[in-house]
Write a protein that binds this ligand. Structure first.
Ligand SMILES: Cc1cc2nc3c(=O)[nH]c(=O)nc-3n(C[C@H](O)[C@H](O)[C@H](O)COP(=O)(O)OP(=O)(O)OC[C@H]3O[C@@H](n4cnc5c(N)ncnc54)[C@H](O)[C@@H]3O)c2cc1C
Length: 430
């Protein structure tokens, strides 16, 4: 089979790529291959699905008609097993070949499995938390075995979202986290503590600066976890959520250049002319650090997929880089964070903050040379989006710095010229 555009992965980057291609080229054949067996779904919602808050149908971010309307041939439940760069073709599991003119690789990330003594003997009760089909298996296991208590290794975004889903199902959760705080990548001590206190009020206990060094099984089923601190926890269910890394299996034996992720230029093009990459598997420009990094979040995958699509279809568009940002409500506490939130050398930054622990309220703004480079909001997060714009625009905030922490801070405080620019939408375009 031959196609003009081949997309591997039918998730955020893949879908945005389709949309961009179709803006430029209404006719060229698009083929998408996914090893998952579902039209599409919002991965961040798998915790809501676990908690019973949404159905599979409600998780789709594009409906069935989307593929038909855009003339896309969607091949589900098939893995691209081999990429033959020179021949410009791929081999699917089962042997079929697809030749392409332009290729987008958007295989996303895969869960990291840390080395734990005894883990290879566990055949039941061990899960990761990144795919919908896994959540189905997890729910079945919980129900079939009447599980009441779960151990979660890792208190990053994925571990905490999984925890929230488990709590909503009425389970007790023990979290084990290696760092000295939860959500250590995006939160500082104060923000983490507010969230940890909220978790402890909900049947969840967090053990920090600890990890699992050994597990024991009984007839193949997980039975005990032994912590570095010496503590032993009995458990019939362990979820490992210590992070994801770019899924590089397909490109490893090809000439496509990789570092932590697949390296791309500002047009999302790899070192091979007709091959592009986008999303969680990609190492692309980082707006704040001005170097390449993997930023495994939805907005990055969407933007990169779109830029890749334009360039694949012949419309030159540059990716100007994004920065880490996360908006998530955990155990009833809405939070949002952007950019550099916990600078390793705080003496080189100006930090403004306000806190009210009883109200789960915290606000922190990080400035460098009078420009905002990061922010954390907890509790009241309305209008936080303006801060993302201010970071992108690198606006000098010295004239309204005193207002930044105020709950009333909004567009009206900003200089008139900038307001006009934002209202016209220019503040968010690239
Ligand atoms: C539990 C959880 C919560 C999250 N919460 C947030 C959040 O609150 N905010 C946020 O911004 N981000 C969040 N994320 C991250 C966000 O979901 C990802 O950044 C986004 O899904 C990345 O999109 P992608 O297209 O790069 O890859 P993915 O969504 O990972 O999709 C890649 C697809 O490619 C398929 N694939 C891989 N290899 C092959 C192959 N060889 N052949 C065929 N198909 C293949 C995979 O099966 C998958 O379907 C969360 C992620 C998880 C797991």
């Amino acid at each position: 089979m031959k196609t003009k555009y081949l997309i591997i992965g039918n998730s955020v980057a893949g879908v945005y790529c389709i949309e961009a291609i179709r803006e430029v080229d209404r006719k060229g054949r698009i083929t998408v291959v996914s090893d998952e067996n579902i039209i599409n779904y919002s991965r961040p919602l798998i915790s809501y699905y676990l908690g019973g808050r949404v159905t599979k149908e409600e998780m789709a971010f594009r409906d069935k008609e989307f593929y038909q309307e855009n003339g896309v041939q969607l091949i589900l439940n098939r893995k691209v097993a081999k990429l033959l760069v020179e021949e410009k073709k791929v081999e699917l599991s089962g042997g079929e070949e697809i030749e392409f003119e332009k290729l987008l690789i958007s295989c996303g990330g895969e869960p990291i499995l840390p080395p734990i003594e005894g883990i290879e003997k566990v055949k039941e009760g061990l899960f990761t938390f990144t795919r919908l089909e896994e959540v189905d298996r997890l729910i079945d296991y919980i129900q079939a075995n009447k599980i009441e208590e779960v151990t979660v290794l890792g208190a990053g975004l994925i571990g905490l979202k999984c925890t929230e889903g488990l709590l909503e199902r009425g389970l007790r959760v023990n979290i084990i986290e290696l760092a000295d705080r939860i959500l250590a990548n995006t939160f500082d001590q104060e923000a983490s503590l507010i969230l940890e206190n909220a978790l402890s009020r909900k049947n969840c206990q967090v053990r920090k600066e600890d990890t699992i060094v050994r597990v024991e099984e009984k007839k193949g089923r997980i039975n005990k976890v032994i912590l570095r601190s010496g503590e032993t926890l009995s458990t019939s269910l362990l979820v490992i959520a210590v992070g994801v890394r770019p899924s590089l299996g397909l490109v490893e034996s090809t000439p496509i250049r990789c570092n932590r992720g697949v390296l791309v230029n500002d047009f999302m093009q790899t070192n091979i002319k007709n091959i592009y990459a986008a999303g969680d598997m990609t190492e692309a420009k980082d707006f704040l650090l001005q170097k390449k990094s993997v930023i495994a979040i939805w907005p990055t995958a969407a933007r990169q997929g779109k830029i890749a699509g334009y360039n694949m279809a012949g419309k030159k568009k540059r990716y100007n880089g994004l920065f880490i940002m996360n908006s998530v409500e955990l155990v009833g506490v809405p939070t949002i964070s952007f950019g550099i939130t916990n600078p390793p050398d705080p003496e080189n930054f100006e930090i403004l903050s306000r806190k009210n622990e009883e109200e789960n309220y915290y606000r922190k703004i990080i400035l460098k040379d009078n420009k905002i480079v990061g922010a954390i909001f907890m509790g009241k997060i309305e209008r936080a989006g303006i801060f993302s714009g201010l970071i992108r625009e690198k606006l000098d905030v010295s004239s309204f710095k005193d207002d930044l922490l105020s709950d009333d801070f909004g567009l009206l405080v900003l200089p008139a010229e900038y307001r006009k620019h934002m209202v016209k939408g220019e503040g968010f375009t690239e």
